[in-house]
Design a protein around this ligand. Structure first.
Ligand SMILES: Nc1ncnc2c1ncn2[C@@H]1O[C@H](COP(=O)(O)OP(=O)(O)OP(=O)(O)O)[C@@H](O)[C@H]1O
Length: 264
């Protein structure tokens, strides 16, 4: 079952119930006739502990939105607030591990940069590797692991930042369906255990329905919030269940409409 929220979210005063707030955010790359309007007046509230999936046509500004929330770039207009001012953790389709470091070395890197002591680091790395079910693999190098395992390492490294907000840009996009299915269970478990707030970009509407408390649809460029669904299917969910398929169909229909409207 889904319920439709008003498009555009709310843009009122921040409250304790907001982990991430975008208010009237626009982003233009470049200037003059060559300027690219990537996002237009996006307002979106994400509650603490919420799992929000962002979907939209290719090039509609999903990655731009994440990079702005991650503070890697500045919006042209509007404001972005992240509760507690903490910089969110970011995960991409590519695990971006350092090949010359072991798995444990990669996971421990954010702590090493924060000058966490060697003993504490070893303890935390062991705990994080248990969390992503890689406790036996700390001494391996990235090239000795499968794609799914490398993404688990990237997940553990992001968790090592100890940030309550996780931004994920197509993190499972390059994996086969079975590995992705297993990692859906993993990320759901970690999200629930740690009470994380997740903003998750995907092209895959079934994945969005499988994982999200909400699915937010951005229009074709410039990206605007055009629909916002609440996914009320109880967890644990299965990506191949009829409920998830029904929601995915609803989102796909709206996405198709959006793509047609823009003649893509
Ligand atoms: N640094 C940049 N300079 C100029 N244009 C950019 C830059 N980054 C992104 N763009 C453009 O902004 C638009 C939005 O890009 P973005 O990568 O955010 O979209 P997306 O929805 O994540 O795309 P996809 O689904 O294909 O990954 C695109 O037209 C892209 O070419």
């Amino acid at each position: 079952m889904t319920s439709v929220l008003p498009a555009g979210g709310v843009a009122e005063q921040p409250t304790d119930r907001t982990a991430v707030r975008l208010s009237g955010v626009s982003k233009v790359y470049g200037r003059g006739p060559a300027a690219v309007h990537a996002l237009d007046n996006v307002s979106l509230d994400v509650a603490p502990g919420e799992f929000v999936c962002l979907v939209g046509a290719s090039g509609c500004g999903k990655s731009t939105l994440l990079s702005l929330v991650a503070d890697l770039d500045r919006p042209t207009a509007g404001t972005i607030e992240v509760a507690g001012g903490a910089r969110p953790g970011l995960m991409f389709q590519e695990p971006a591990l350092f090949p010359w470091l072991t798995v444990a070395g990669n996971v421990g890197l954010p702590m090493r940069l924060r000058k966490v002591s060697r003993a504490e680091r070893a303890e935390r790395v062991a705990e994080l590797l248990r969390t992503v079910h890689l406790d036996e693999f700390g001494r391996r190098r990235p090239h000795q692991l499968s794609g799914g395992m490398r993404q688990r390492v990237a997940m553990a490294r992001t968790l090592a930042l100890d940030t309550p907000v996780l931004l994920m840009d197509e993190p499972f996009g390059a994996l086969d369906a079975m590995t992705r299915d297993i990692l859906h269970d993993e990320i759901e478990r970690i999200w629930q255990q740690r009470g994380l707030t997740v903003l998750f970009v995907t092209h895959n509407v079934r994945e969005a329905a499988r994982l999200g408390d909400r699915i937010v649809l951005l229009s074709s460029r410039p990206g605007r919030v055009v629909a916002d669904w609440r996914v009320d299917v109880p967890r644990p969910r299965r990506i191949d269940s009829p409920e998830i398929a029904a929601i995915a169909a609803q989102v796909t229909d709206r996405l198709r409409e959006e793509v047609r409207r823009h003649g893509s």
